[in-house]
Ligand binder design. Structure first.
Ligand code: ZN
Length: 253
């Protein structure tokens, strides 16, 4: 089996199976990809091209309501092309429901207007250690198949003098999850946003997720999950990284 991580240009690079992890350097950030998925799946379908979500220049010319109306029409056509009878009571409301769900819920993170506003507080306790919030459940969607990616995110930072409300960490994860995504990009976007808000490079993110495009179709592997990590600043050092990984696995007695 081959692992297929990205090189700096976002192209797939094949590594022999003995290389279970690959460190990828992209400017000052680092992402480690560990996957036991089939190489063809990753190469063909799970490789993103940049840490930015590719957006059109006219992305926000239409209002949410106009987008819902437009998507509703297109989705009705998809359903009719599939041969479904939309005069049936059970199906008639589906195009509108799907369109509204896309714009208001599962893809609401495409619109910067929905970005959580993060208020920072003085670190009055002078707490200088690592803060980890683990097991943040998220639901996202694969941008290659538009089916769910879901799992847990673990995020950590070391305060540079400011602290952030804990629920904001969840909200930042949810904001970036609510886009068509690839897991690597989701991981980097969360990490970079935290670095920018907190004014420190000392940020780490691990995302552990299942991809329904892998389990429910394609190779139909129902047991694999994919791990991606973002390590900045102090977390690039082995001892800090080790502490972070130990905290994630620690459970109350
Ligand atoms: Zn996919």
């Amino acid at each position: 089996m081959l692992n297929t991580p990205l090189n700096g240009n976002g192209k797939a690079v094949e590594l022999p199976s003995s290389t279970a992890t690959a460190e990828l350097h992209n400017h000052d950030k680092q992402i480690r990809v560990v996957s036991n998925n089939d190489a063809d799946e990753i190469g063909d379908m799970h490789i993103g091209t940049s840490s930015q979500t590719p957006m059109r220049e006219d992305a926000f010319l239409l209002s949410d309501e106009e987008k819902i109306e437009k998507i509703e029409g297109h989705f009705r056509e998809i359903m009719e092309t599939l041969g479904l009878d939309l005069t049936d009571d059970s199906l008639s409301g589906t195009p509108h429901r799907v369109a509204k769900m896309y714009i208001k819920e599962i893809f609401s993170g495409l619109n910067p207007a929905n970005k959580p506003v993060a208020r920072l507080f003085e670190n009055k306790y002078k707490y200088k250690e690592m803060l980890l919030e683990r097991d943040i459940t998220f639901y996202s969607n694969c941008e290659h198949h538009f089916v769910p990616i879901f799992g847990k995110a673990h995020v950590a930072y070391i305060s540079s003098g400011k602290v952030i409300g804990l629920s904001k960490l969840n909200r930042i994860v949810q904001y970036y999850a609510k886009r068509p995504q690839v897991q690597e990009r989701l991981t980097i976007q969360i990490g970079e946003e935290l670095q920018s808000i907190l004014g420190t490079k000392d940020v780490a993110v691990i995302v552990d997720a299942a991809h329904l495009c892998v389990s429910s179709r394609g190779i139909e592997d129902t047991s694999s999950t994919t791990l991606t990590a973002f390590y900045g600043g102090a977390f690039e050092q082995a001892d800090t990284r080790k502490e972070f990984l130990q905290y994630i696995n620690m459970r109350p007695q």
